[in-house]
Write a protein that binds this ligand. Sequence first.
Ligand code: PSU
Ligand code: MN
Length: 306
Amino acid sequence: MTTLDRHLAFSPRILSARAAGKPLVALESTIVTHGMPYPDNLETALAVEASVRKSGAEPATIAVIDGVVRVGLDESELTGLAKAEGVMKLSRADLAYAVASGCTGSTTVAATMIAAKAAGIAVFATGGIGGVHRGGETSLDVSADLEELARTDVIVVSAGAKAILDIGRTLEYLETKGVPVAAYRSDDLPAFWSRESGFPAPLRLDSAEAVAKFQRTREALGIVGGMLIANPLASEDAIARETVEGWIEQALEDAARKAITGKAVTPFLLGRIVELSGGRSLEANIALIKANARLAGEIAVALEAA
Ligand code: PSU
Ligand code: MN
């Protein structure tokens, strides 16, 4: 029993899924509170849960509510988070602070990985991980998501790293930390809204079973830490890299002019790009997180059999 256990609360649905031996998939909540506007955030959160169920797994959306790490939220709790303003965006540094202080906060990739590990959940779906920001070599703005992937044993399914980042340096960081990065059914590393980032994927895996076998082999060899499965968005939902790049450059300029820093950077850029794209980036973001949830469910099912 870890010391986190008394701070973890499982929803009734998660408890019965567990009792029935159903595989679980963790979902994060920062995408709900800071990643998308209301009501798209709520509709997406519910659709993403449905995607996990289609694969035969049970979704466990994670958030801190009144100082308790909640594993599995019901619709009214998700609605509360989706409408809430000023909710904390929690990462490794402040997850325990929120619990100790009785706060409510959403969990980023890093914090969701910590909670998933504590809850015994091996697979987690998100949209795109955080990484090294453009100019990160001077600003030192590097997401805590990368360090978490290095140390916490959870398989993270995403559409790669967000295109607003410096993808090359993000890959270098992951390589240094020994984090496997595998594109799903592609030779290219996707870049969130686009199918390609301009970088080849370090590894390629073509089935959920292959992901499960790779993970079980890592465990057998005593290799700890997470891995990133980068799932490219379907062609019909993806946006061309050149199109996205224009919006990103404009959003970055606006962020610099407004002197946006720290945790506020990623939510600002995502929100600004939704405006600049006339909602197209949001549609792609919704499609990619649903696809990632579906794949994560398949991987969770395959892991049980591997
Ligand atoms: N994926 C999305 N939208 C998001 C995120 C992921 O489609 O908003 C969130 C995740 O919670 C991720 C965070 O951990 O963005 C990265 O924030 P930062 O760059 O501040 O580490
Ligand atoms: Mn940052």
